[in-house]
Design a protein around this ligand. Structure first.
Ligand code: ADP
Ligand code: ASP
Ligand code: MG
Length: 416
């Protein structure tokens, strides 16, 4: 009966990001919040990220011994960050007289595919997590890590603790999944760049997914994808105090009707240009097949109008793929008979997102006009049904986001 009683309590998954557990004092505050949630009559499962900039430091450490760290060893290294924070946080909770236990991703049976450094969760058994909940313990799980079908430790890509939290919330049928961080919710733009940005009360999965994919790093895009697929309701809010936050869920008619929901920017892409490629069928196929074979994800592509039988072709890739792409450049050049390949790291992608764009026109025009007024040159453009992205000079990224935020009046509460 006792056991049954614990299982029947509401279950909350709380995820704390790196900045929220950056030092001992913050960890003690996080411990207090977890205990308060437990005291309020919930079962609590916590997902924790590495402390502060630990993951960045670990990457630097690897770079200091090799330029090309093997992915398997990188995963062994990077997964250690979350192991430290889970143990320290658990100790802080125990110190306050509460029963808690830490579990690594593999112990929590977070099963992934075999692609190191950006593994995808394929299954969660969480047998041990459930057993510990049944013992009325607070369970602290290391975020960002899992174990592959080959029994190797894997990591889930930068920001991956969000995805651990959503996956656990789904597997444990949690009542809510709280993503607790250093901002009070999801804003109309990164509040660090746009002080006038407005916190949203709610946003639907589709728009949140697009914002996250386009660089709003408040949530890892995969976490939103997973939440949407399984209908896990997310709440993004402050880690150090209870706040209404932002609810992310299925679109509802009661949600605010707006044309543009928010603006995201991404400064982690590089533009490669293949100069003077023969303008004939099969060239693009040759280039992009090579890149795909090596696992390079190409984002935007643009080909200019051919002149005298030649064209220039530009594409963007994530900065993490620079080395791989540069290594392929020579091969590409020879294979397609191009003149040379250059790269430009000084770019940023700015994206405007909103499902209202489906039924309204004129957004693209307003984006272009606003940027023109700021004398910001557009290097590439791509659109989808609910998004417009432009690639511009990185030095102008903040100006562009601010100008677009003002142009679309995102600082004002939408008229209902
Ligand atoms: P954590 O360490 O908790 O995972 P992150 O640094 O990954 O936190 O994400 C939170 C940060 O995301 C904020 O500090 C903010 O600067 C940034 N951010 C970018 N876009 C947005 C947005 N639209 N709304 C809120 N925060 C955003
Ligand atoms: N510590 C990892 C990172 O910095 C995972 C996370 O914070 O979600 O990317
Ligand atoms: Mg994060």
């Amino acid at each position: 009966y006792r056991r049954f009683h614990f299982i029947m309590k509401p279950l909350v998954v709380m995820k704390f990001g790196g900045s929220s557990v950056a030092d001992a004092e913050k960890i003690r505050k996080v411990a207090d919040r977890i205990i308060a949630k437990k005291e309020a009559g919930n079962n609590v499962v916590v997902v924790v990220s590495a402390m502060g900039d630990t993951t960045d430091h670990l990457i630097e450490m690897a770079k200091s011994v090799t330029e090309n760290p093997p992915d398997r060893e990188m995963d062994m290294l990077l997964s250690s960050g979350e192991v430290i924070s889970m143990a320290i946080l658990t100790m802080a909770i125990q110190e306050r007289g509460y029963d808690a236990i830490s579990l690594t991703g593999p112990q929590a049976e977070i099963i992934t595919d075999t692609s190191h450094r950006r593994a995808r969760i394929t299954d969660i058994k969480a047998t041990r997590v459930k057993e510990e909940i049944a013992k009325d313990r607070i369970v602290i799980v290391a975020g960002f890590q899992g174990i592959s079908s080959d029994h190797e430790v894997t990591t889930l890509g930068r920001g991956g603790s969000d995805t651990t939290a959503v996956a656990l919330a789904y597997a444990l049928k949690a009542n809510v999944c709280e993503i607790l961080t250093d901002v009070p919710g999801v804003f109309t733009a990164d509040p660090r760049i746009v002080p006038e940005a407005r916190k949203m009360n709610e946003i639907c999965y589709e728009e949140m997914l697009e914002l996250a994919s386009m660089g709003a790093k408040v949530l890892q895009s995969r976490s939103v994808e997973l939440a949407s697929k399984y209908g896990v309701v997310l709440k993004v809010g402050l880690s150090h105090e209870d706040s209404p936050g932002t609810i992310i869920k299925e679109e509802e008619v009661s949600m605010e009707q707006v044309l543009v929901r928010g603006i995201a920017h991404n400064t982690d892409e590089v533009k490669f240009t293949v100069h003077r490629v023969p303008d004939k069928p099969g060239v693009a196929a040759a280039i992009f097949t090579k890149l795909a074979e090596k696992g390079v994800n190409v984002d935007m592509i643009i080909q200019n109008i051919g002149q005298e039988g030649y064209a220039n072709l530009s594409f963007t890739v994530a900065t993490g793929d620079i080395a791989k792409t540069a290594a392929l450049a020579d091969m590409i050049k020879k294979e397609v008979g191009a003149e040379r390949v250059t790269s430009d790291e000084n770019i940023a992608k700015v994206s405007i997102v909103g499902i209202g764009m489906r039924s309204h026109t004129g957004v693209a025009e307003k984006v272009f006009r606003t940027l023109a007024e700021q004398e910001i040159n557009i290097e590439m453009i791509s659109t989808s049904e609910i998004k417009i992205s432009v690639v511009i000079n990185k030095d102008r990224a903040a100006d562009a986001v601010r100008a677009l935020h003002a142009a679309f009046e995102l600082d004002k509460a939408p008229a209902v």
